[in-house]
Design a binder for this molecule. Structure first.
Ligand SMILES: O=P(O)(O)OC[C@@H](O)[C@@H](O)c1c[nH]c2ccccc12
Length: 256
C-alpha cells in the first residue's frame, strides 16, 4: 500500500540522515553543477518519447530482473533512443538504491529521474547530490503544502518534478501546483489495480504547454500506440524493458 511505501522510504531516509546529516547532503547538492534541462529533453515532438526505467522488482509484480549493472542497462536505453532514464531508488520493495542512480548518472548524458517515495527535503537534496535531474512527486501521498514545498525545492535545485496523478482530483491538484510535467499512472499505488484507459480520460484536461506522461502497463507496441493516440507526449516504461532486449524493444516501441 502507498502509505506503507511512503513510511518505509521515510524511515530509510532517517537512517541515512543519521550517517550523513542534512547540512552535508545539502552542501553536496549545492556543489553539483546544474541539472540537465529535462523539460527540453521531454518536450512534445512529432514522435512519442520514452522514459526508460531501471526496475528490479515491484510489490505488484515481484522480481522482474536481476540488473547487476544498472549503468550498462542505462547505456542500452540511451543507445535505443530513450529520452530520459528513470531509476527506482526505493530499496524495500523495488530493490533499488541511490548508488544505482549515481552509477547511471556517470554513464549516460540523458536526464535521470529519481523514482522513489519522496516526502522530505532530505530526499530531494539526496537526489541532486546523486546527480538526478528529475524527482517524482506522488500527489496521492502528499498534501498541498508538502507538494508545494517539495516542488519549490526541486525547482530551486535546478531539477524538474514529475508530478504523478491517478484521478481527476489529483490532476487538478498537480495543475494548481504549476506542474510542467504531469504523469498519469495506470497503476493505482494503493490497490495496484491497472487501468490503461485512465490516461485517455484525464489527458484532455491537461492544458497545452504541460508535458503529458503516460506511466505503466506498456507491454507491446500497441500499448505505446494506445497512449500516443490518447495524447501522450511521453511514455514511462519499466517491466517490458527490463524483461526483454532493451535496445530491440525501444527501437520497436519508438517506431509506432
Ligand atoms: O513496469 P511498468 O508497468 O512499465 O511501469 C513503470 C512505471 O510507470 C512504474 O514503475 C511506476 C509508476 N509510478 C511509480 C511510483 C512508484 C514506483 C513505481 C512507479
Amino acid at each position: 500500500m502507498l502509505a506503507d511505501l511512503m513510511a518505509g522510504a521515510a524511515a530509510d531516509a532517517v537512517e541515512r540522515e543519521r550517517l550523513k546529516p542534512l547540512e552535508q547532503v545539502r552542501a553536496e547538492a549545492l556543489a553539483r553543477p546544474a541539472a540537465i534541462d529535462a523539460l527540453a529533453a521531454l518536450a512534445p515532438s512529432d514522435r512519442v518519447k520514452i522514459i526508460a526505467e531501471v526496475k528490479r522488482a515491484s510489490p505488484s509484480r515481484g522480481d522482474l530482473a536481476e540488473i547487476r549493472d544498472p549503468a550498462q542497462l542505462a547505456v542500452s536505453y540511451e543507445a535505443g533512443g530513450a529520452s530520459t532514464i528513470s531509476v527506482l531508488t526505493e530499496g524495500r520493495k523495488f530493490k533499488g538504491s541511490l548508488a544505482d542512480l549515481e552509477e547511471v548518472r556517470r554513464s549516460v548524458a540523458l536526464p535521470v529521474l529519481r523514482k522513489d517515495f519522496i516526502s522530505s527535503p532530505y530526499q530531494v537534496y539526496e537526489a541532486r547530490a546523486a546527480g538526478a535531474d528529475l524527482v517524482l512527486l506522488i500527489v496521492a501521498a502528499l498534501d498541498d503544502a508538502e507538494l508545494a514545498s517539495l516542488n519549490a525545492l526541486i525547482t530551486e535545485l535546478g531539477m524538474t518534478a514529475l508530478v504523478e496523478t491517478h484521478s481527476e482530483e489529483e490532476l487538478h491538484r498537480a495543475l494548481a501546483l504549476g506542474a510542467q510535467l504531469v504523469g498519469v499512472n495506470a497503476r493505482n499505488l494503493s490497490t495496484f489495480e491497472l487501468d490503461r484507459d485512465l490516461f485517455g480520460t484525464l489527458a484532455p484536461q491537461i492544458p497545452a504547454g504541460v508535458i503529458r506522461v503516460a506511466e505503466s502497463a506498456v507491454l507491446s507496441p500497441a500499448d505505446v500506440r494506445h497512449y500516443r493516440d490518447a495524447g501522450a507526449d511521453v511514455v514511462l516504461i519499466g517491466e517490458a524493458l527490463v524483461t526483454g532486449d532493451p535496445v530491440a524493444t525501444l527501437t520497436e516501441y519508438l517506431a509506432v
